[in-house]
Design a protein around this ligand. Structure first.
Ligand code: UD1
Length: 417
């Protein structure tokens, strides 16, 4: 298993491009199932999760061409409507094929994802919504077996805001008969990016970007081309790294308009920020100030930025409180940050972070995607050498992270197993 070897200390300086958003790319790739015509995409990030989605779709018969960040997918003939356990267990977002398969082919067989490192993460809301649209769903041998002659429009109110749940229901609704109303819909920019692709394919959707999506089903969708939005979490991670290390960086090909909560908290931490339409510049020359956080659905503070901000808070001049309200087990980075010398205590879904002056390098283990990013940030600051092991978690969602950090002057290298 690859690891990162980091020699900490030193400010970050320079300029780096952000890649396309993983969480927009995954549902958009799945949307290719909705049409017999080709979907052409640009700015597709080269990530393990994207490769998993590619394998999943190719295994059903979707024809895929890929060159760099360009991709063309065409689902004219499928020979399978199954998402097998071996792929689903490595990526929960595989569930995103359920809505489109059911919408277009009236049939899907998708392995249940099971638990994951950051909590239970059930898919009951996906199922409830599809059943309201007339699908018959049962569980057999660990698989969700779903059937419907043609889905019909329905009013769906989800019990909580769910991102992939909203995306699945939206993709099912675009080919359903009549009108579907999705209430309490997720407003994440990635949901908006997906909705835009669907509209380009001929879907009728109103309320895009709001918590109420109104969809008038159509009989068929056509091909389209689309550029995947920039990854706001990758951008936020790089900014957190620079805020922790100090220095001045400029990130480009970004979308600051999707990053308000993160930028606001970085300002509170003492960073000075400037933004343009597609760039952000951060300068930080003081020890960070402590910042209290509460994760929430968009436009609140993203749970996917919580771990990285905790690494920053670990160094702050004072104590901060972090509430994680989305996932019940998303503090697994705490033990490892403490091994680097941080002083963090957890009580239920709250972490109390007492800032320390410095961290000291050690061997640490990545446990999930964003936890890995937090450990990398801590390692960049820590005195001496830090080895972040099981970096495959990071590779699921960050494209060439070590290259981007090196571009900013960080001393980080990948040690291949
Ligand atoms: C997506 C993101 C992930 C991010 C998360 C929250 C993708 C591919 N992944 O994950 O990076 O951390 O949003 O912003 O976009 N829930 C249920 N039942 C359901 C669905 C969800 O109880 O049927 C709960 C979850 O356990 C969680 C909360 O709802 O507590 C929000 O989860 P959700 O928004 O669905 O997360 P994902 O879509 O899996």
């Amino acid at each position: 298993m690859d690891r990162f070897l980091i020699r900490g200390g030193g400010e970050l300086e320079g300029r780096v491009d952000v890649s396309g958003a993983k969480n927009a790319a995954l549902p958009i790739l799945a949307a290719s199932l909705l049409s017999a015509e080709a979907l052409e995409l640009r700015n597709v990030p080269q990530l393990q999760d994207v490769r998993t989605m590619q394998r999943l779709l190719a295994g059903m018969g979707v024809q895929i061409q890929r060159e760099g960040d360009w991709m063309r997918l065409q689902a004219s003939d499928l020979f399978s409507v199954e998402a097998p356990y071996d792929l689903v267990k490595t990526m929960r977002a595989s569930i995103l094929v359920l809505g489109p398969l059911l919408g277009r082919f009236g049939e899907a067989r998708v392995s249940l994802p099971g638990g994951c490192a950051i909590g239970q993460r059930p898919v009951d809301q996906h199922i409830k919504g599809l059943e309201a649209m007339g699908a018959e769903i049962r569980i057999e041998h660990g698989y969700l077996l779903a059937r419907a002659d043609r889905l019909r429009g329905a009013r769906i109110v989800t019990d909580m805001v769910t991102v992939t749940g909203t995306e699945n229901l939206l993709m099912a609704a675009v080919l359903a008969e009549g009108e579907t109303l999705i209430e309490n819909a997720a407003r994440e920019p990635e949901v908006v990016d997906l909705a835009r692709v669907l509209v380009a394919m001929g879907a009728h959707i109103q309320g895009i970007g709001s918590d109420q999506l109104r969809v008038e089903g159509v009989h068929a969708l056509r091909g389209a081309s689309h550029r995947i939005m920039p990854d706001r979490i990758e951008a936020g991670t790089l900014l957190c790294a620079a805020a922790a290390c100090g220095g001045r960086i400029r990130i480009t090909s970004a979308l600051p308009a999707s990053m308000d909560a993160t930028l606001e908290k970085l300002r509170e931490a003492g960073a000075s920020l400037q933004t343009g339409e597609d760039w952000v510049e951060l300068a930080m020359h003081e020890r960070p100030l402590p910042v209290n956080l509460r994760t929430a659905p968009y436009p609140g503070f993203a749970t996917d930025m919580q771990a990285q901000f905790m690494a920053l808070n670990a160094l702050a001049d004072g104590t901060s409180i972090i509430h994680e309200t989305i996932f019940e087990n998303r503090f697994m980075h705490v033990q490892e940050l403490n091994r680097l010398g941080a002083n963090i205590q957890i009580e239920g879904n709250t972490a109390v972070v007492k800032g320390v002056r410095g961290l000291s390098g050690a061997r640490v283990m990545a446990t999930d995607l964003r936890a890995s990013a937090a450990l990398v940030i801590a390692g960049l600051v820590a005195e001496g050498e830090t080895s972040v092991e099981r970096i495959y978690h990071l590779d699921r969602g960050y494209e060439g992270m070590e290259g981007k950090l090196q571009q900013l002057g960080a001393r980080v290298e990948r040690v291949r197993a």
